[in-house]
Design a protein around this ligand. Structure first.
Ligand code: FEO
Length: 171
């Protein structure tokens, strides 16, 4: 059993993870609109990952005998300045998510909730990997100047990466 405050804050995190899923789905749609199918597939893969994150926390709340209260999911932006901007937005977003998990860990420690503290460690590790991956992609897009043949090469790479992750052979 977890305390009321912890359950409330985890419940909010479920909502934020669903927002992340929605945010990436929106970027996938915009990438598709731009003709960048690899970008679109990469963001779809992110959409699926974020949905899994939400469900992982959802299951934890229920396993701990607390109630779930599904909250409205905020509307994400639907237009982005450029392919580079989508990844820059992704990095800023993930940095915010990292901060949210840090605050959840602080709360679990303050409440001496060891189970939740251990449960959250997976997310802390996951955030390190996510920020590193996105930073690397930003670096590559900047290297090619964010357009032309270089951008299509990155589009191709992102498509392969998404496919590899979907089949479990990479990342
Ligand atoms: Fe759910 Fe991208 O962290």
């Amino acid at each position: 059993m977890i305390g009321k405050k912890i359950a409330e804050e985890l419940n909010k995190q479920v909502n934020r993870e669903f927002y992340s899923a929605y945010f990436y789905l929106s970027m996938s749609a915009y990438s598709d609109f731009l003709g960048l199918k690899g970008f679109a597939n990469w963001f779809i893969m992110k959409n699926q990952e974020e949905t899994q994150h939400a469900m992982k926390i959802y299951k934890y709340i229920l396993d701990q005998g607390a109630q779930m209260k599904l909250l409205p999911v905020e509307q994400p932006p639907s237009i982005f300045d450029s392919p580079l901007a989508m990844f820059e937005n992704t990095l800023i977003h993930e940095q915010t998510v990292t901060q949210q998990f840090n605050e959840l860990v602080d709360l679990a420690a303050a409440k001496k909730d060891h189970a939740t503290h251990i449960f959250l460690q997976w997310f802390i590790t996951e955030q390190i990997e996510e920020e590193a991956t996105v930073s690397e992609i930003i670096h590559k897009i900047k290297l090619v100047g964010g357009k032309g043949d270089g951008l299509f090469m990155i589009d191709n790479q992102l498509g392969q990466l998404a496919q590899g992750m979907a089949t479990g052979s990479a990342g």
